[in-house]
Design a protein around this ligand. Structure first.
Ligand SMILES: Nc1nc2c(ncn2[C@@H]2O[C@H](COP(=O)(O)OP(=O)(O)O)[C@@H](O)[C@H]2O)c(=O)[nH]1
Ligand SMILES: [Mg+2]
Length: 206
């Protein structure tokens, strides 16, 4: 499938503490598909996957993953621009990653539109024997903060397909996508990357 062959585009951003399994979750979802690429640029990896909603509509999912800068709490507003859905992840075996959810929420809500879906995701449920955060706690925070809730395992594959099908369902029902915003965002990202590369090159010369 030609990567440009799509009718709409949806940006999804994934956040949460370092090590909770964000990258693995996305890689698990896309790994069996041919229409996949990850473009690593300044601090961001962008994965894409084209979904055939029906015979006349192909939707391109653009998934933004951090390249570790969440460790320093230095995610740029650009990361959230035009986003339609945010996956906010914590590890069910590490309570502190769950306790950080409120901090993440304040960051997310500072930058996203009101109609952005936020999904709370408890990761690594294959490590049930090490569970440190009950599913009920996750559910209850999700409910009080108006988020959807999933528990997944990227390792075993539990609920990964279901999670992304849920997202596709949600965003396709609300209909509109932020195409123009996304084009601007992608152009801006290319510009910054270009500037970064030029700066690095000129440093080497001197
Ligand atoms: N047991 C288990 N380990 C996982 C799972 N997902 C990720 N990991 C491990 O957790 C560590 C961090 O994963 P990564 O995706 O890089 O986390 P990120 O920093 O949030 O992107 C790695 O060692 C992964 O192998 C999972 O579902 N189950
Ligand atoms: Mg990562």
């Amino acid at each position: 499938m030609n990567e440009k062959d799509y009718d709409s585009i949806v940006k999804i951003a994934i956040v949460g503490d370092s090590g909770v399994g964000k990258t693995q979750l996305i890689e698990r979802y896309i790994s069996n598909d041919f229409c996949v690429n990850a473009k690593s640029t300044i601090g961001v990896s962008i994965y894409t996957k084209i979904i055939e909603l029906n015979r006349s509509h192909k939707m391109k999912l653009q998934m933004w993953d951090t390249a570790g800068q969440e460790r320093f709490r230095s995610i740029t507003p650009l990361y959230f621009r035009g986003v339609k859905c945010v996956l906010l992840c914590y590890c069910i075996c590490k309570k502190e990653t769950f306790e950080n959810i409120q901090n993440w929420l304040s960051t997310i809500r500072k930058y996203v539109e009101n109609d952005t879906h936020i999904i709370l995701v408890g990761t690594k449920i294959d490590l049930e024997h090490l569970r440190d955060v009950g599913a009920d706690s996750g559910k209850s925070v999700a409910l009080s903060e108006n988020m959807s809730f999933f528990e997944t395992s990227a390792l075993a594959g539990n609920n990964v397909e279901e999670l992304f099908n849920f997202i596709i369902n949600k965003v396709s029902r609300t209909g509109h996508t932020h195409t123009s915003n996304l084009i601007e965002t992608t152009q801006e990202l290319s510009r910054i990357t270009l500037e970064e590369n030029t700066r690095k090159k000129s440093k080497k010369c001197c």
